[in-house]
Ligand binder design. Structure first.
Ligand code: EPZ
Length: 428
């Protein structure tokens, strides 16, 4: 079985370029479908989730090529209106192809998406918003059939919760709608801004207003464009958490520190030093961390749920008691039993975890149950004394590009064993 083997207890030192954002690249790849031209996307990370998006694009009729971190998507011949069950189940983001297919083809057939098992993750908000735009939805035993008769009509949509995926789907569906669409209580994540920037480069008219309102004015067509995906704020935070826990001095380049401002104070409170510049962030830690009080995950600009696991791993050895409340997903503590195997003292009470810092974690055989749990286990293993073996590596490969190679550049003793490595590039 494939695993990542870590000999922990070394400080991390050096400079690391942060990968492109998975959660930005995926909806932008979906957005290529609504263009009738060729799109060039730079800074696309090499990940299995990106590989899954490429498979969907090809299935819909796009020609896709990769050169390093640049993906070229020729969407001129899009014609297929169906995403097969197996491709839909590969990842959650398969659902954002829906909005783009409705814009381009006026119809789509697919089923509910897969993705990390971190909660129920329904798509009711997506469906309700699309119905408001005039999409007809028929459910035949789980196979969903979507139709647009004539054109979609612009509308005012108030999301009951600022869902990232629902906001993206409405943006993609509304770009060719008649008139104006206004999304109230929309998600404000940097990935939404990146998608809007790409759509506008393609000739769409998407305006993000303060306070979570998105205004989309319908246009007749979208052409191809070149775009550079934003840096991955969650990957950056994972490296910061590992550096904080291990001790060391790491400079992250090609980041937008403002994208994770809400998390800076957590690292400062824990005793780390941060030097923040326009597109670099330097973190220094002596490895002796302090507890940080209570953290609550919230939609952007609050503390990101995707960083909850990695920051919890770092707090396992912080002196005192920290509390982490998860408000976005119902089952996002997959990493807790695994961290406990490494000697962490964590108690779960409902949606809150109480972390009592221990002096040191010890190496153990652990299994990643989802992507961010995997990132957290790698961070914990780097800080732990002794050898850890992490299985469930396929989860890690969904969102972290070459994690062993990246961490080795910072002095970590980490290697992959028993597998053929991340095969995403070949499958693309
Ligand atoms: C995106 O998921 C991200 N995924 C997630 O990152 C991230 O954790 C999440 O946003 C929140 O920031 C991608 O961008 C590919 P949501 P998404 O719709 O769009 C409920 C990672 O590790 N909800 O904002 O699925 C839902 O169940 C991944 O990179 C409904 O009830 O998140 C959840 O509790 C994991 N009905 C909450 O809203 C709906 O129709 C937030 O979901 C939609 C969502």
């Amino acid at each position: 079985m494939e695993s990542i083997v870590v000999r922990g207890g070394r400080p991390l030192n050096g400079t690391l370029r942060v990968q492109g954002s998975k959660n930005s690249a995926l909806p932008i790849l979906a957005a290529c479908v609504l263009t009738d031209g060729v799109c060039v996307l730079n800074n696309c990370p090499v990940l299995t989730d990106v590989g899954a998006a490429v498979k969907i694009l090809r299935c819909l009729g796009c020609r896709v090529t990769r050169a390093g971190h640049t993906l070229t998507v020729d969407a001129r011949d899009v014609s297929c209106d169906c995403i097969p069950f197996a491709l839909m189940r590969e990842m959650r983001s398969s659902i954002v192809f829906l909005g783009a297919m409705l814009s381009r083809l006026g119809r789509a057939k697919l089923c509910a998406p897969g993705g990390c098992e971190i909660g129920a993750r329904p798509i009711d908000l997506h469906l309700a918003a699309l119905r408001t735009l005039g999409v007809q939805v028929t459910d035949c035993d789980g196979a969903l059939d979507f139709r647009v008769t004539k054109r979609l009509r612009g509308a005012v949509i108030r999301l009951p919760f600022p869902s990232v995926g629902a906001t993206e789907n409405v943006m993609l569906a509304a770009v060719f709608a008649d008139g104006q669409t206004t999304v109230l209580n929309a998600a404000r994540e940097p990935e939404i801004e990146d998608l809007a920037r790409f759509l506008n480069a393609c000739g769409c008219r998407v305006h993000l207003c303060a306070g979570g309102t998105v205004v989309i004015n319908g246009v007749r067509r979208a052409h191809g464009a070149e775009h550079t995906v934003i840096p991955d704020r969650i990957a950056a935070l994972g490296t910061m958490a590992a550096t904080a826990a291990c001790g060391g001095d790491v400079t992250l380049t090609d980041v937008v520190p403002a994208h994770f401002q809400s998390v800076h104070r957590v690292f400062l409170r824990a005793g780390c030093r941060l030097d923040v510049k326009a597109d670099t962030l330097r973190i220094r830690s002596d490895g002796r961390l302090r507890a940080v009080g209570t953290i609550c995950t919230l939609p952007y600009p609050g503390f990101p749920t995707d960083a909850q696991a990695a920051v919890m791993a770092m707090l396992c050895t912080a002196k005192g008691t920290s509390r982490m409340t998860e408000t976005i997903f119902e089952r996002r503590f997959n990493h807790v039993p695994q961290l406990q195997r490494m000697g962490a003292h964590i108690k779960i009470k409902g949606n809150a975890a109480v972390i009592s810092g221990v002096t040191r974690l010890h190496g153990a055989a652990v299994c990643a149950g989802d992507l961010r749990a995997g990132g957290a286990l790698v961070a914990a293993a780097l800080a732990a004394e002794g050898v850890s073996t992490i299985t469930g590596v396929h989860h890690i490969d969904r969102g972290y590009e070459d994690p062993e190679g990246q961490l080795r550049m910072l002095g970590a003793d980490i290697e992959r064993s028993g597998g053929s490595g991340n095969e995403t590039a070949e499958s693309e």
